[in-house]
Design a protein around this ligand. Sequence first.
Ligand SMILES: Cc1cc2nc3c(=O)[nH]c(=O)nc-3n(C[C@H](O)[C@H](O)[C@H](O)COP(=O)(O)O)c2cc1C
Length: 330
Amino acid sequence: MFLDPKKPAVILAPMEGVTDAPLRGFLTRSGYYDYCVSEFIRVSENVLSHRVFKRHVPETNRPNCMTASMVPVQVQLLGGNPERLALSALSAIEAGAIGIDLNFGCPAPTVNRHDGGATLLLYPERIEKIVRAVRDAVPAAYPVSAKLRLGFDDPSAIHENAKRAEQGGASWITIHGRTKTQGYTPPAYWAPIGEVRKHLSIPVVANGEIWTLQDFKRCREETGAIHFMIGRAALSFPNLAHEIRTELKISRRETPSPLTFPETLDARAWKEIFEQYSLEQPSEKRVKQWARYLQMKRKLPWWDVVKSSGSVAEILNRLTQFQEPLLSDG
Ligand SMILES: Cc1cc2nc3c(=O)[nH]c(=O)nc-3n(C[C@H](O)[C@H](O)[C@H](O)COP(=O)(O)O)c2cc1C
């Protein structure tokens, strides 16, 4: 199993529209992540075909559903219908998936209107039913996990929902320490994750608002967890996962073409990163997106340069020439 209940792990979060296959492939070259979760794939009116999984999670075409750096990718499904989710999960496994994660946290109004994601946090019995249906459909060797928020609007809902997920047969759960109503507004509440952990016998992965090593240490203290999922900071502070590994005393995974990120915001160093990234992801929108994450928690000196460029070639060229603006002494 790619999550060992006894061994610490750092996991790359699913982020729809962000952590697609090219980015997963690129980030896992660092050796900082033990596994990734795919962006959610919605199961609505139809059971999903092998083709859908091959397209959304091309890692299914490799042995053991790994990135080129041999890091496993779990397929995440989102929906409210147990039977269709179960059959789609089986289809994913047949297509090459090595594990299924079930999304009970997506706050997007369109998703919630269609009976998926965080809406299900209002119905513990449905969470149990869905997890059980998927667990029963998928051969026992393949883990089935669930990713939950603390609740829809009531954070205490996590206790019942987590218990139901375990009763349904979840191999582990991931908890994002916020309700749907809290969206992405800081802070994330880690203490309830610790409370839930005490009452479950399956692993609990802690997630939400880990941006610095200090955040990580507090999260570990409050949750007692040994498994941590990193989302936005994977792009904003790409060396954070490495610092966390060091703290958890887990070595960097060996990868065929290792990648090391700059420690600073040096424009030329980042030009090199974006240049390599663009070999796998040629869209300038995605390079801009990464730069936007870099400036989420601090000022990125070359943000305007990236923002106003029309192509990857222009971004790279202008980053090479970037001069830090001289500070006026007036
Ligand atoms: C742009 C974006 C897309 C996301 N897409 C998904 C998704 O597809 N599935 C999921 O379970 N969570 C999704 N999430 C939630 C993240 O996995 C994670 O739980 C959340 O960002 C909190 O972790 P962080 O503070 O480390 O970013 C998404 C978050 C963001 C910011």
